[in-house]
Design a binder for this molecule. Sequence first.
Ligand code: UDX
Length: 429
Amino acid sequence: MKLTIIGTGYVGLVTGTCFAEVGHQVICVDNNTDKVKLLQGGGIPIYEPGLEDLVKKNVAAGQLRFSASTAEGVENSDVVFIAVPTPPLPDGSVDLSFIESVAREIAGAMTSYKIVVDKSTVPVKTGDKVAETIKRYGKSKVEFDVVSNPEFLREGFAVEDLMKPDRVVVGVRTQRPVPAMRALYAPFHAPIIVTDINSAELIKHAANSFLALKISYINAVSVICEASGANVQEVANGMGMDARIGRRFLDAGIGFGGSCFPKDLSAFIKISEQLGYDFALLKEVQRINAGQMDRFVKKITDTLWVLKDKNIGVLGLAFKQNTDDVRLSPAIDLCQRLLKEGAVLRVHDPKAMDKAREVLKNATYVEDMNEVAAGCDALVIATEWPIFKKLDLERARRLLTHPILFDGRNLFDAREMEEMGFIYKSVGR
Ligand code: UDX
């Protein structure tokens, strides 16, 4: 099938590339001409495992190309995806201005029937607005259908999530676009849920808020574990073996961050408020998340006392493993709080150092993770990168002026660390 994806961010670029990989003809459109030039020249604007090879392969095969023109994309496709950002406004609600302007551009460019699919995360009822907008700005005789098809990919695992989705959600107003949507997703062999547009839009906010709730739940349990001498990982393992609960997203730590959970939670709270419901449960999820970071910082200050002029090594800057994304990263937040207390930081991340340099200026960036500890009063683990488990611990202990390790992601075994001579503090253990 012939597709256009408007918006070449995480969702748009990975979606377009994976559709090309399974045999569709894809044009990825972005109004940022620098980004389009970079992509046309073989560059990739983000770090995402597996993506670069797939882009190169599909560009070379003529399955995937990039353009700065929405009109060119719309003219040459049957299905047009909207994958533009929906950033938060100061009051927590969603800025839909990019969606609205893309809807107008699509309307202006349409000369024959199109399926317009919204992939961006949007408040319930946005599909209706998109349909109204296209109708208002489009040529009178041109037919179209609006479909809601939310994306559930995780950064760092985006290609895998796209190629092997747990489910595909398709929200429609009429049955007309359903066969095409089924054909589009047939190569992925995933269950397809066909529903109404409002339900499809709600599935996305309800799912992400639930996952955030799951993390806050285990973080709250971690507080009880610490107070009672229990081990949160043992509790999570025991809970997770109940198939109704599941082990995933039960890792306690310094809280969730990134460009989705915090934003989607605020949006869902706001949407609920506008619909007349006070979603207090989700406000508590936010409160627990903020408290988790406060408690971790307190753990550091309780141990090191005054932080002014203390040297602290920080491993991890990205908001989670496998990504170079530092947007709303708990690790960056932690660094900023330590800097505010007067600490001197040596930091490292396997992929996110370039992006971190833009937001975290007063720190020494260390290329080798095994050198971060040099001359430090303590070492902190802030991101769950698996490679940190391979840290040369003997060397770290020797390099530290005091063998203190704060593990915000529970990467190591507490007993082994103590046997090695570390003063080891983790979360909920
Ligand atoms: C999330 C959703 O998982 C995805 O379905 C949606 O499309 C976008 O939002 P993402 O933000 O890429 O994806 O990352 P995710 O892996 O969900 O992690 C989010 C945050 O939660 C990270 O800061 C991570 O460190 C934290 N986290 C995750 C935990 O603290 N504990 C866990 O058990 C899992």
